[in-house]
Design a binder for this molecule. Structure first.
Ligand code: NAG
Length: 332
């Protein structure tokens, strides 16, 4: 049991302090459970160590399988590498860095949210999670020096607060080269630590649409050659994706230390979504708002999206983006 909690319980039993919700005399185990709950709601303790960290891999697995559509590669890879990273008893030598690539609306942000929600009690709002959106948090190149300091401080403070942290960089292709450079030091290998139980773990997620076109081209060609979508492998996509990222000139990401010095552990391709996936997103949107729906309504919503390329009309150009908002066009 947590040391702070023990002390608190001791005080309670000695002094019988009044506490919120006190009505009937509670005895023994029940009292202890309620007290633990109350203490843990204001503090961060738990039997598991830190109440803010939930690491629910059953939930993550089920969410990735049931709520994420059309991404068999991301689904498998992300669960595996995050779980390995967090559960391996051996202290990690570096932070885990994942770079998620694909067109907008294919589920990159959604996956980031599912991760946060299953790894942390308070999801994206957790003390242990920081979200940075390039154009929102670091909009002006002339302030890059201030941004660097700010970012370093926020990463440091978050890591002091939590032994397990998650940092999310949205629009990573728009991060200033100076910031990418500064991030390098957080992703480098660290000297092995003796303090096994206390080695911090950090996950860095980079989200961008860099390489999205290459992924889509390869997927299109594979589908046209008759390969089932679900049998597309990482080996068929990742080398081309990495080459495209490293060569891209319209963003500093590919030329940054993160990519050049292989500080990114995994590149995760997100496939372009097809009509049937958009229908599934539409169904989820109806269900989450507890609305009744018909097959016709799902089809109507899926038909609202634009499909490309012109000839094949196979991929939704906006993926499943804003599907939830579009429901309202259909309601009477
Ligand atoms: C883990 O997630 C699953 C599915 O969301 C949920 O049913 C379960 O209660 C969660 N387990 C814990 C320990 O929170």
């Amino acid at each position: 049991m947590n040391k702070g909690l023990k002390k608190l319980l001791y005080l309670h039993f000695l002094l019988i302090l009044p506490w919120p919700g006190w009505k009937l005399p509670l005895l023994g185990k029940q009292y202890l459970e309620l007290l633990t709950m109350w203490y843990c709601s204001v503090q961060d303790c738990c039997d598991s160590g830190d109440c803010r960290v939930s690491n629910n891999f059953t939930g993550l697995k089920s969410d990735l399988r049931v709520r994420l559509h059309g991404q068999h590669l991301a689904q498998e890879l992300i669960l595996r590498v995050v779980r390995d990273y967090i559960e391996t008893p051996r202290p990690p030598l570096k932070a885990l860095a994942l770079s998620l690539h694909g067109w907008s609306g294919t589920g990159k942000n959604f996956v980031a949210r599912l991760l946060a929600e299953n790894l942390y009690r308070d999801g994206l709002k957790s003390d242990c999670v920081r979200v940075f959106i390039a154009t929102f948090h670091f909009p002006h190149p002339k302030y890059v020096e201030q941004y660097k300091e700010q970012l370093a401080r926020q990463i440091r403070e978050t890591q002091q607060r939590c032994r397990q942290t998650l940092f999310l960089f949205d629009e990573a292709e728009k991060l200033h080269p100076g910031l990418l450079e500064a991030l390098g030091s957080h992703l480098e290998r660290q000297a092995p630590s003796d303090d096994r139980a206390n080695t911090p773990r950090a996950i860095f997620l980079f989200l961008s649409n860099l390489g999205g076109n290459v992924i889509n081209e390869v997927v299109l060609n594979l589908l046209k050659s008759g390969q089932p979508r679900e049998e597309i492998t990482l080996e068929q996509l990742v080398p081309g994706l990495q080459a495209e990222i490293a060569e891209s000139t319209d963003s500093g990401f590919g030329h940054s230390r993160l990519v050049q010095e292989k500080l990114i552990d995994f590149f995760v391709p997100f496939l372009p979504l097809e009509y049937r996936h958009v229908k599934l997103c539409a169904r989820d949107a109806f269900r989450s708002q507890e609305l009744l729906y018909t097959e016709a309504a799902l089809e109507e919503m899926a038909r609202m999206m634009v499909y490309v390329p012109k000839e094949e009309q196979l991929f939704s150009s906006q993926g499943c983006k804003s599907i939830a908002q579009r429901i309202h066009y259909l309601l009477p």
